[in-house]
Ligand binder design. Sequence first.
Ligand SMILES: Cc1cc2nc3c(=O)[nH]c(=O)nc-3n(C[C@H](O)[C@H](O)[C@H](O)COP(=O)(O)OP(=O)(O)OC[C@H]3O[C@@H](n4cnc5c(N)ncnc54)[C@H](O)[C@@H]3O)c2cc1C
Length: 385
Amino acid sequence: MGAVAQVVVVGAGYAGVMAANRLAATGRSEVGVTVVNPRPDFVERVRLHEHAAGATNAVRPLSGLLHRDVRLRVATVDAIAERSVRLDDGGALAFDYLLYAVGSTVARGLPGVEHAWHVADVDGAEALRTRLRQLPEAARVVVIGGGLTGIETSAEIAYHHPSLNVELVAPALAAWLPDASRTRIAGKLAAAGVVLHTGRRATAVHPDGVATDAGWLPSACTVWAGAFAVPDLARRSGLPVAPDGRLRTDETLVCLDHGRIVGAGDAVAPPRHVAGHLRMSCQAAMPLGAHGADTVLALIRGERPAALSIGMVGQGISLGRRDGFAQATHRDDTPRRFTLSGRAAALVKERVCRFTLGAMRFPRAYRWASGATPTVPEPTPATVR
Ligand SMILES: Cc1cc2nc3c(=O)[nH]c(=O)nc-3n(C[C@H](O)[C@H](O)[C@H](O)COP(=O)(O)OP(=O)(O)OC[C@H]3O[C@@H](n4cnc5c(N)ncnc54)[C@H](O)[C@@H]3O)c2cc1C
């Protein structure tokens, strides 16, 4: 038996836990796996809007999820060097291979956004949960953002805090979905008691309200549900990054310029011909984590890693606990005709959330839909101006 390769997984989210468990389960005699994460818990980010509304607890001990052979180091990685990482507790860890899976968090893209609450990470969701409990009856809560997070968050707050007045402001609601689906979602939000201000863009957040391009919206609690941003660890460490800070990798998830670093999850940017259709999502992070583990094992074994191949299957939207909407998608994430609505859609969404935890516990058996036909070809030198 050869020497055991030391693998450090940075980040214990969906991608990191899947990767660590798959490595430990499939490469038992070949790898020693250490996961570094700032807290000893797994945060079910897909439930953070539920957590904020007080419907559920999205935090669970990592000890119940990680494979028994995976070591957990509770710390934050401050810097990545050639063969080691520096930790915020003064320690360091050497690695033969590193799996970069630091995920994403809130994007600070709007003036005054520090006056808003958010659900992009657990600290944000916890603070919003506290704030919602303090609000007097009939207080106004304004959610900014017409994407999935804004839709789910406004519905969840309206469902669990019926005494509050919940409003949503956004240029458009689920702009990428077919008109019929958007109309259905708008109707469901209205039925849940959410007042919609679509066609309006928020321009700034103030302590007592939201400025928009069509006037002022008073607010006792503003929730910012804009885009996600990634940590700047890769950039700070001198690794190659996309303009938004995601780690640049090749089509097998190996970092460009560093053959011992592999990326997975929200924080990576593989080439467009294999990943241009992948949204920052749990749906993509899980197979990215599993593929990242397979790539690390191939490198350890001196084999050629396989190219990434992930197909999307749909978008599930929870609208409170008893209603939902699901849009089936082609593998390239464009909408199909099939949709599901109401209680059945809420149940499907709940099952998907539970499935993610089950899949991490049985990482060897985990399979995913294969890849999409690229819609946006990778520019070749001939087409780049
Ligand atoms: C409210 C909400 C609802 C969502 N709903 C859905 C949904 O329905 N479907 C879907 O597919 N997706 C959904 N998402 C998106 C999904 O949660 C993310 O895309 C997913 O969590 C990405 O997984 P990840 O493993 O890349 O990162 P994360 O889950 O963000 O995990 C990253 C981990 O890395 C850790 N970390 C960060 N920096 C460091 C460091 N320097 N050192 C050590 N550790 C570090 C973090 O603390 C975290 O534990 C939702 C997100 C939110 C916020």
